[in-house]
Design a binder for this molecule. Structure first.
Ligand code: SF4
Length: 578
């Protein structure tokens, strides 16, 4: 993983490929690398869909190794949704395969001079780029079937659906999973629109003939990996809760805590939550011959995912995540798991962020386009997006645009990006993360649900402002560092509670790369990444005013606790003051 593949899509005479060494980016991977390249090479004031923006696709420092959990892929650019820097993260097979092919990053640059659509094939022999206009406007599942016909089912794909081609700000970048289904997405921030603007429909990755990346100290790496896996298996969340019920185990927990945003963030508890909970979902999956426990890439030992079948026992979609079930479910007053699964499939197939689309449909419901609870109406709206009708193009550009077009005051976005599945009034630590993350509202950027609700890594009262700044700060720093490794963020539950498991991860990094990193070095790495991202946003024109939640979270009380978001603005401004 010692080279960067650059493809200038706007070169005279067609796309031009070049390979460089890592140079000043040596030692970086995943989010550290995407944010470093975007921060250094992309003019912050450029148009996100223009020639000056770059789409950076980077595996993590441990991707492509035998290390467990190491298959996350970072996708970075200037975001069309937020106007700031973006790193969106995906599971699936692509990260491992790209790393084994020896690439620390693919950088798509420039702007094509024609309307042609390109297919990139990368294998041990190099890179082949061809025009393939037969792929135009193909949904992701149809696209991958076509690719399978051409290349077999052992390759991995990174692709966009029609939403990316239409350059919608809610468009995702899809990655295929172990069964070669395009069900894993770098969803947030409109990264798919940037890939669409580069004219690239699909990147086919074939690592035939390539070996696992080998550690500097194989014995020490193997031993540390063993301790790391044991730690994950021993922790109740990573060893039991997530494998049994997936991320949707959170529906009952967050609902019980009164932090489950319902009817476009009007109340914190949803009466019908039990109908769409992880427990109900797992039972349904098992009864229909799907799977309640499944990994999104080889080497995952937590296996929080699953396979969701329809009533007739046919594959419908992968197990929808908690945030998806919330976005299309409780947030829209929809309590039917089958409808939610169909919406999840449509998101994946058209290539859309499930959180942004669920929040957008919630705003459309608030505007009166359809009623809360109208599942068929929500599915109809999703098809409008996929077809690119004028209404669909509004919705496909996210909650902020939809709220503006239809005159809605209560629009749950920060920096233009929709809030996920935890109400910031009842989970105030995550509210601090939503407000201040350079990414816009993003629960994964500093998952304070840990100490606020789950009592993992500490215990901070979720309803009060005390302790939330420090909690979010520490988690944002740790998360940025984990996102550089290619490790799935869910390892954090075990890392926060079990110092031995954290040490095992450090030992893996050190044994693999021949380093002597300490916990302080990890903290320094996280701070460095966040500082680069904040600096980019500042140069893009962001000020403290963008580090705020929408006003209604301060003025409207949330039932059942009747709380407002209580953290003071001046305290929010201290999150990055370390
Ligand atoms: S824990 Fe879940 S999200 Fe993480 S790598 Fe495994 S299946 Fe994917």
């Amino acid at each position: 993983m010692d080279k960067i593949l650059r493809i200038d899509m706007g070169a005279e005479g067609g796309p031009k490929v070049s390979e460089t060494g890592l140079g000043e980016y040596a030692g970086m991977g995943g989010r550290a690398l995407t944010s470093a390249i975007v921060s250094k090479e992309v003019p912050p004031l450029c148009h996100p869909l223009g020639a000056e923006n770059k789409l950076v696709i980077a595996p993590g420092l441990l991707s492509g190794t035998t290390g467990a959990m190491s298959g996350r892929l970072s996708v970075g650019c200037k975001s069309p949704l937020t106007g700031g820097i973006k790193e969106a993260n995906s599971g699936g097979q692509a990260s491992q395969v790209l790393a084994r092919l020896g690439y620390a990053a693919i950088v798509l640059e420039g702007k094509p001079q024609t309307e042609d659509l390109y297919k990139l094939v990368i294998n041990s022999e190099g890179v082949k780029i061809s025009v393939d206009n037969s792929l135009k406007l193909l949904p992701n599942y149809d696209l991958v079937e076509k690719i399978k016909g051409e290349f077999g089912d052992k390759v991995a794909c990174i692709s966009i659906g029609p939403a990316g081609e239409m350059k919608m700000s809610a468009a995702s970048v899809a990655c295929t999973d172990m069964e070669m289904r395009p069900a894993r997405h770098a969803g947030r921030g409109g990264v798919g629109a940037v890939m669409g603007a580069k004219g690239v429909k699909v990147i086919v990755l074939d690592d035939t003939g390539m070996k696992m990346r080998s550690p500097k100290d194989p014995e020490a790496f193997k031993e540390a990996n063993k301790r790391f896996v044991e730690g994950l298996r021993n922790h109740p969340v990573t060893g039991k809760g997530l494998p049994a019920y997936g991320t949707n185990v959170l529906t009952n927990i967050i609902n019980e805590a009164g932090g489950y945003p319902t009817y476009n963030f009007k109340q914190g508890r949803y009466d019908d939550a039990h109908l769409i909970s992880g427990e109900t979902q797992a039972e349904t999956e098992k009864a229909r011959g799907g799977l309640a426990t499944h990994g999104c890439h080889r080497g995952c030992v937590i296996r929080c995912s699953g396979i969701y079948h329809d009533k007739d026992g046919h594959y419908l979609t992968k197990q929808p995540e908690y945030e998806t079930v919330w976005a299309h479910g409780g947030n829209c007053g929809i309590c039917d798991l089958d409808s939610i699964a169909r919406l999840d499939f449509l998101d994946d197939n058209y290539g859309l962020d499930t959180i942004e689309m669920g929040a957008t449909i919630g705003v459309a419901m608030e505007a009166g386009l359809i009623k809360f609870g109208d599942a068929e109406g929500a599915i109809r709206l999703m098809h409008e997006v996929g077809k690119g009708t004028p209404l669909g193009r509004i919705l496909g550009n996210g909650a902020a645009v939809t709220g503006k077009v239809f005159g809605v005051e209560r629009v749950p976005v920060v920096k233009g990006q929709a809030l996920p599945a935890y109400d910031p009034r009842a989970v105030q630590g995550v509210g601090v993360t939503y407000a201040t993350s350079p990414m816009g509202a993003d629960h994964t950027a500093g998952y304070a649900v840990t100490a606020n609700i789950l009592k993992v890594g500490g215990d901070v009262n979720p309803l009060k402002s005390e302790g939330q700044i420090e909690l979010s700060r520490n988690l944002q720093i740790a998360t940025a560092a984990v996102d550089a490794t290619g490790m799935c963020l869910f390892i954090a539950f075990a890392l926060l509670d079990q110092p031995d498991t954290f040490q095992a991860l450090l030992d893996m990094l050190n044994a693999f790369h021949g380093l002597n990193m300490t916990g302080d070095d990890v903290t320094a790495l996280g701070k460095k990444i966040l500082s680069m991202e904040r600096d980019f946003n500042a140069r893009a024109g962001f000020t403290a005013q963008q580090d705020r939640l929408p006003r209604f979270f301060k003025t409207e009380k949330l039932a059942p606790h009747n709380v407002t978001f209580d953290v003071k603005d001046e305290d929010l401004d201290q999150v990055f003051n370390w």
